[in-house]
Design a protein around this ligand. Structure first.
Ligand code: ZN
Length: 77
């Protein structure tokens, strides 16, 4: 039976560790970029009746406040 040398085992474990870390890096990078693009297109509203700040769907010009129900226009910067 052929036994691999200690240097071969060390290289295999080092390579497996590097591949594992690169896999984690790619996974978390994709997850974070998806989270950023989901919230990027929301529209921000400020309720002039109760002061609540909330977000509405992309492209909307008016949205009801989730706290008091007052219809507000979108914030313009
Ligand atoms: Zn409100």
């Amino acid at each position: 039976m052929i036994y691999p040398g200690l240097d071969i085992i060390f290289l295999f474990l080092l390579t497996a560790g590097i591949v594992f870390l690169i896999g984690l890096w790619i996974y978390y990078d994709r997850r974070d970029s998806q989270r950023e693009t989901e919230g990027r297109h929301d529209v921000i509203y400020h309720c002039i009746k109760c002061g609540h700040i909330y977000t509405g769907v992309h492209g909307s010009e008016e949205c009801d406040c989730p706290k008091c129900g007052f219809c507000n226009g979108r914030l313009q910067f």
